[in-house]
Design a protein around this ligand. Structure first.
Ligand SMILES: Cc1ncc(C[n+]2csc(CCOP(=O)(O)OP(=O)(O)O)c2C)c(N)n1
Length: 337
């Protein structure tokens, strides 16, 4: 039994598998493997001194954002925290461009200005370093959708469990509910805000289901380690949001497999505890589903993994070869109010 059990959104696995299909599920596996390999190899580059600044890994959480983008497509407004490599890759940033940004190079996604925490696309508003800073920004994006009368779009805002206790989150949820804004707030409950357990920082247990009613919005819990649970849940939630044009609060329960950031040795949790959670590795769970359907063999899995590893290694070589920004251009493209 999983440690963080909830009344997760219930779904019929066979129905969801039929909807996604073999190719869709294999694509999801490839995306999750790209995120996993990107994070692991970028972390190694950091330890070799090739990346500076902060670095927050998404390892263990891959199923959530992969399923969200698979369900809703890239053409929404997307916003997240500093833990943003995965979302950028899912929204079309190439591994070369993302890695060059982590390396601080001129050809990086933000011309080497942002680094690991600030990746963008024309649909991804960031990469926010300030905890909860992304929540009002995403709420503003939802307001713009409503103001312009766009019918088939929502804003999707990812935040951590630690961000939940900030006032800006509650103000945003309040105004989104009052003004009927089409926004999906997704709390990625990875159990820890830096080294503080969520149970020591947040007064409620079921983060979405208990908080949502206070703001007259719907709340859902998803198993964030299970791609199928996330896919089924987000499909329902997305359709509901398009129909009601109202905000929704989602908790995707997961466990990050790394420390809060690269400088955190994670001494606040035991190795045994982590090992138990790693049995629910989202990649292994998805691989298992594919194998049980006879849609993937072990050899095919190894082949895909090898191909993706090579892709990431080539992105690292690319990043290493890129020019540094010219210091004379330091103030260009930077917004300072
Ligand atoms: C306003 C603000 N306060 C404190 C910090 C320092 N800080 C950075 S990350 C973090 C923990 C956030 O945890 P959570 O929201 O659960 O996200 P996770 O890192 O687990 O994805 C803190 C306190 C900050 N960046 N911004």
């Amino acid at each position: 039994m999983k440690k963080y059990q909830r009344n997760y959104f219930s779904f019929d696995q066979e129905d969801v598998l039929k909807k996604i299909g073999k190719e869709g599920l294999l694509q999801a596996l490839r995306k999750m493997l790209l995120i996993r390999n990107f994070e692991i190899r970028a972390e190694a580059s950091y330890l070799q001194g090739k990346i500076g600044g902060f670095f927050h890994s998404y390892v263990g959480q891959e199923a959530i954002q992969t399923a969200a983008v698979d369900v809703m497509g890239q053409e929404q407004w997307w916003v997240t925290s500093y833990r943003c490599h995965a979302l950028a890759l899912l929204l079309g940033v190439t591994p070369e461009s993302a890695m060059a940004e982590l390396f601080g190079r001129e050809t990086g996604n933000a011309k080497g200005r942002g680094g690991s925490m600030h990746l963008y696309t024309d649909r991804l508003l960031g990469g926010f370093g300030i905890v909860t800073g992304q929540v009002p920004a995403a709420t503003g994006a939802a307001f713009s959708i409503k103001y312009q009368g766009i019918k088939d779009q929502v804003a999707v805002c990812f935040l951590g469990d630690g961000a939940l206790a900030q006032g800006a989150f509650h103000e945003s949820l309040n105004i989104a509910s009052l003004w009927d804004l089409p926004i999906i707030y997704v709390i990625e409950n990875n159990q820890w805000g830096m080294g503080t357990a969520v149970s020591r920082a947040v007064a409620v247990n079921r983060l979405a289901e208990e908080i949502a009613p206070a703001y007259r919005v719907k709340g859902y819990s998803l198993d964030g380690m299970d791609y199928l649970s996330c896919f089924a849940g987000f499909s329902h939630i997305y359709n509901e949001t398009l129909e009601t044009k109202r905000p929704v609060l989602v908790e995707a329960v997961c466990e990050r497999f790394k420390g809060h950031s690269i400088s955190d040795p994670a001494l606040y949790r035991s190795k045994d505890e982590l090992k138990k959670e790693m049995k629910y590795d989202p990649l292994l769970q998805l691989k298992d589903v594919l194998e049980k359907k006879n849609w993937l063999t072990e050899d095919e899995y190894k082949e895909i993994d090898k191909e993706i590893k090579e892709k990431v290694i080539s992105a690292i070589k690319h990043a290493d070869d890129q020019p540094w920004p010219n210091p004379a251009t330091l103030e260009e493209g930077v917004f300072a109010p």
